[in-house]
Ligand binder design. Structure first.
Ligand SMILES: O=C[C@H](O)[C@H](O)[C@H](O)COP(=O)(O)O
Length: 268
C-alpha cells in the first residue's frame, strides 16, 4: 500500500469511529494526513449520496450522517484553516472554545504508549493548544510513524518553537542539556529560518542515538524512558515557546498498515 493510501486509511478509520451526529466542535490537525480527515468529514456530510453505508472497513458499522451546518471546525495552522475554508466548513477559532469535542491530527512518530513527536510542519504549538482543549485527542498516521520508543523513526530531532531573539540562548542551553545535534530549521525557497504561524523560529534538537534502543543526552538524560522528563527540561529553558513532544495526550492512534489493514493503539 502506498504511503498516501495508508494515510487515507488511518484518517477515514479515525473519522468513522469517532465522529457521530452528536459531534459539534471538531479540532482539525495539520499535515498531509489531515487532508484525508477533512475529505472523509465532507463525505460523511452526505452519507447516502456518497454511498458510504457498508463501505467502512468494519462492514457492520452504520455510518451516521454528520450535520455539517451544525459543526464548527477549529484549525491548528494556516494550512488546516485553509482546508476548512476550502471545503466550505464552518471555521471557529481556538479562543472561542474552551472545550472541543474531538481533535484528529497526524504525527511524526508515535510510541507504544501513545507519546508522539509532532511539529515536522512547525505547527506543534497550536496543535498542542487544540489537543489540550479537546475531550478526545486522536492520532491518524501512516505505518512509518509507529515505533516502540520515540526517536526510532523520527531522527531529525525534537521540534522546538522558540522566540526569534532567544534562539542563540536556547541553542546553547540545549547543548548544555547534552544535545548532540542542533539545527535552526531553514526555509525552503526562502533565505533564512522558517517562521511559524506564530512568528517564531523552530530548532530541531537531536539527542543522539546510543544504540538501536536508547537515546541518551548527558549520562543521566535518557530519552526513551522519560519523554515527559525531556519535555519538562526543554520547556523550562528561557525562550522556548513549545516542544513537539505530546506526552500522554492521545487517547487512541490509528495507523494505516502496509498490507491495507488499519490498526489502532489505545492509551494504556
Ligand atoms: O507540524 C506538523 C504536524 O505536527 C503534523 O501533524 C505532522 O508533521 C504529521 O504530518 P503528516 O501527516 O504530513 O505526516
Amino acid at each position: 500500500m502506498s504511503l498516501t493510501d495508508s494515510k487515507r486509511l488511518a484518517a477515514y478509520k479515525a473519522v468513522d469511529t469517532h465522529l457521530n451526529s452528536a459531534t459539534r466542535i471538531i479540532g482539525i490537525g495539520s499535515g498531509s494526513t489531515v487532508v484525508f480527515v477533512v475529505e472523509r468529514i465532507v463525505q460523511r456530510g452526505n452519507v447516502k449520496k456518497n454511498k458510504l453505508d457498508g463501505k467502512n472497513e468494519n462492514s457492520n458499522q452504520v455510518l451516521e450522517e454528520l450535520d455539517l451546518a451544525q459543526c464548527v471546525f477549529v484549525p491548528t495552522s494556516f494550512q488546516s484553516r485553509q482546508l476548512i475554508i476550502d471545503n466550505g466548513l464552518n471555521l471557529g477559532e481556538i479562543d472561542q472554545y474552551q472545550e472541543i469535542d474531538i481533535t484528529i491530527d497526524g504525527a511524526d512518530e508515535v510510541d507504544e504508549n501513545l507519546n508522539a513527536i509532532k511539529g515536522g510542519g512547525a505547527c506543534h504549538l497550536r496543535e498542542k493548544v487544540v489537543a489540550e482543549s479537546s475531550k478526545k485527542f486522536i492520532i491518524a498516521a501512516d505505518y512509518t510513524k509507529k515505533s516502540t520508543v520515540l526517536g526510532e523513526k523520527w531522527i531529525q530531532g525534537i521540534p522546538i518553537e522558540v522566540i526569534p531573539f532567544c534562539y542563540s540562548l536556547v541553542l546553547n542551553s540545549l547543548r548544555l542539556l547534552g544535545c548532540q545535534n542542533l539545527n535552526l530549521r531553514m526555509g525552503k525557497n526562502k533565505a533564512g529560518p522558517i517562521i511559524t504561524d506564530n512568528g517564531n523560529f523552530v530548532i530541531d534538537a537531536y539527542f543522539g542515538k546510543l544504540d538501536g534502543q536508547q537515546f541518551l543526552g548527558s549520562d543521566k538524560f535518557m530519552f526513551i524512558n522519560s519523554p515527559s522528563e525531556v519535555l519538562k527540561r526543554i520547556k523550562l529553558l528561557t525562550g522556548v515557546v513549545e516542544v513537539g513532544l505530546f506526552v500522554g495526550m492521545a487517547e487512541i492512534a490509528y495507523f494505516g498498515e502496509d498490507d491495507g489493514h488499519s490498526v489502532s493503539i489505545l492509551k494504556k
